[in-house]
Structure formats: C-alpha cells, structure tokens
Ligand binder design. Structure first.
Ligand SMILES: *[C@@H]1O[C@H](CO)[C@@H](O)[C@H](O)[C@H]1NC(C)=O
Ligand SMILES: *[C@@H]1O[C@H](CO)[C@@H](O)[C@H](O)[C@H]1NC(C)=O
Ligand SMILES: *[C@@H]1O[C@H](CO)[C@@H](O)[C@H](O)[C@H]1NC(C)=O
Ligand SMILES: *[C@@H]1O[C@H](CO)[C@@H](O)[C@H](O)[C@H]1NC(C)=O
Ligand SMILES: *[C@@H]1O[C@H](CO)[C@@H](O)[C@H](O)[C@H]1NC(C)=O
Ligand SMILES: *[C@@H]1O[C@H](CO)[C@@H](O)[C@H](O)[C@H]1NC(C)=O
Length: 272
C-alpha cells in the first residue's frame, strides 16, 4: 500500500517534470523559429530593394511551406533561410554567413538588415570574377556597426562610395576587412584603430587622403596591410615597425614622404 502510493507520487513527480521539460522545449523552439523568421523577413526586404534587371536576383530567397513543423499557424512560413543560396545558419536557424560573391547583385546596402542579424560573422559581397559581377553602389551605412559578431567583411570591387563610417570601430570581432572600392572611398576613420583583432586590412585602390592615422599603431595584430593606390600623404607612422605579425605591407602609389622608419627593419616581411 505504502509502496504503491510512493510509486504514484513518484510517477506524478516525473509526469510534472516531463510536462515542464516539454513546455520549456516548446517555448525555446518557438522563439528560435520566430527569430529566424524575422531574419528571413529582414533579408527579403533587402532582396526587394535590389534592382531587377536581366535576371531576377537571388531566386532561391523565398519563403516556402515548412512541412517539417507546423508550430506556426502560417504554414507558408519557412522556419529558417538555411536553404537559400549563399546563406549559412547555425543550428538554431540564425544567419551566420552570407557569401554572395559574384552574384550579379545590383543595388545598395541601404536596406541591408544590419540590426537584424546578431550572429552574422562572415559577409562576402565582393566581385570575385568576371561572371556575375556585383555592382553595389551608394554609401556604406553607419548601421554596419550593429553587426557585433562580424569577423570577416569583403565588399571589394563594387561601387560603394563616400567615407568609411566611424561606426566600423564598433565591430570589435573584425579580423578581415577588404574595401578595395575602385577609387570610391575617401577617408579612413580613426576608429578603425579600435579594431584590436584586425589582422587583414585591404584599402587599396581608393581615394583615401590625408595622412595615415597615427592610431594605426594600435592595430598590433595586423598580418597584411595594403593601402596602395590612394592619395595618402605625410610620413609613414613608425609604429608600423612594431607589428610583430606583419607579413605584407603595400603602400606604393601614394604621396608618402620622408624616410621609411628604421623600425621597419624589425619586420620579417615583404615591403612593396
Ligand atoms: C499544417 O497545418 C495545416 C492547417 O493549419 C494543415 O492543413 C497541414 O496539413 C499541416 N501540415 C502538417 C505537415 O502537419
Ligand atoms: C513541402 O511541400 C510542398 C507541397 O507538397 C513540396 O512541393 C515541397 O517540396 C515540400 N518541401 C519540403 C522541404 O519537403
Ligand atoms: C562563396 O561562394 C562561391 C560560389 O558562389 C564559392 O565559389 C566560394 O568558394 C564560396 N566561398 C566560401 C569562403 O565559402
Ligand atoms: C546606383 O546606380 C544606379 C544605376 O546607375 C543609379 O540609378 C542609382 O541612382 C545609384 N544609386 C546610388 C545611391 O548611388
Ligand atoms: C557604436 O558605439 C558607440 C559607443 O561606443 C555608440 O554610441 C554608437 O551608437 C555605436 N554605433 C553603431 C552603429 O553601433
Ligand atoms: C591608440 O593610438 C593612439 C595614438 O598613437 C594612442 O594615444 C592611444 O593610447 C592608443 N590607444 C590604445 C587603446 O592603444
């Protein structure tokens, strides 16, 4: 008798535990879906802003019926954009990589959902070949500073113009930045020097003017630095000589003057 009631209590407890577990799992999976649907919707707003010329851009970027789960009332809502061309998601369905190199994109970044992609770590919107050249124009929006998880940003060989926004200094995880923009960018913000993890910096072939900010000496993890083909004037900051990991330094085709600092002798690199 006592044993039976103990058993009953025990199974009641495990039932309650199961129910709690089950409901918290439901809540978690519903909120994950809601976040990833919000990311999909935000990316579709940008897609809609792209110019639709000879071919319609990103045809795989559409919401499809989600047959696997039916948690949402709207069955025509895809839970994640993970099957879209160029998009990679984490296990929760949140976008972590966007590789749209050479995807014939024409338009601007003005509608790009910078504030809606908290886990985005890798963005390649560059033109990598002669086929399907991207032609993004307009400015680099200041909202780019919201991509807190960004490690890797390649926008080269588009037609983006203007100044590099100071908010780029907020991208504290950034390790790789390639902004070779066909003579369209004209200033380096000093906040660039806040990017303590930056290892690869390519700003060649723009119209950067003024002197190389002294603060560049804060980028002690630089491996490659290419600021060739710009209008930079003045002295080469001696602090560059303290970059222990520097392997490539390209500064030609500028109006840099003075002597190459003796500190450069400290580097085991290829200077051009
Ligand atoms: C999803 O729900 C709709 C109605 O809301 C229903 O018609 C459909 O069969 C369901 N699909 C699955 C796979 O359960
Ligand atoms: C979902 O169902 C539709 C219609 O039945 C089908 O065309 C589509 O291929 C299915 N998608 C998946 C991912 O199974
Ligand atoms: C990016 O996508 C292109 C095809 O569009 C592919 O060739 C390239 O390997 C991809 N890059 C990375 C780093 O995944
Ligand atoms: C981008 O280029 C297109 C086509 O040349 C032009 O119509 C549009 O005004 C440009 N947009 C910006 C923001 O420069
Ligand atoms: C960048 O960070 C500063 C504070 O350090 C903040 O005021 C600013 O709004 C941020 N900008 C963006 C675009 O995140
Ligand atoms: C960055 O560089 C400037 C100028 O060289 C210097 O005054 C400042 O202390 C540096 N900041 C950091 C965080 O190292």
């Amino acid at each position: 008798m006592a044993l039976t009631s103990l058993k009953n209590v025990f199974s009641l407890v495990s039932l309650v535990a199961l129910a709690i577990l089950h409901s918290s799992f439901e809540v978690a999976s519903i909120s994950v879906n809601a976040e990833s649907e919000a990311e999909a919707d935000a990316l579709l707003i940008w897609k809609a802003s792209l110019r639709n010329e000879a071919q319609s851009p990103l045809p795989s970027w559409t919401l499809l019926p989600n047959n696997a789960t039916n948690s949402s009332n709207n069955q025509y809502t895809s839970s994640t954009p993970r099957s879209w061309f160029g998009v990679s998601c984490n296990h929760a369905g949140s976008v972590i990589r966007l590789n749209l190199t050479s995807s014939a994109l024409k338009g601007t970044l003005h509608e790009f959902p910078f504030s809606s992609l908290p886990n985005l770590a890798y963005v390649d919107l560059s033109m990598n070949g002669f086929f399907g050249e991207n032609q993004l124009n307009g400015s680099i929006p200041i909202e780019i500073g919201h991509l807190k998880s960004l490690n890797d940003l390649s926008l080269y060989a588009n037609h983006l113009h203007g100044s590099i926004p100071a908010s780029i200094g907020n991208l504290s995880n950034l390790a790789y930045l390639d902004l070779d923009e066909k003579k369209n960018l004209y200033s380096i913000p000093t906040s660039l020097a806040d990017l303590g993890n930056l290892a690869y910096l390519y700003l060649c072939d723009n119209q950067l003017s003024g002197s190389i900010p002294l603060e560049i000496g804060n980028l002690t993890n630089l491996v490659d630095l290419d600021i060739s083909y710009n209008n930079l004037k003045g002295l080469i900051p001696p602090s560059i000589g303290k970059f222990e990991n520097l392997a490539l330094l390209q500064m030609y085709e500028n109006q840099l003057s003075g002597t190459i600092p003796t500190e450069i002798g400290n580097l085991k690199l290829k200077v051009q």
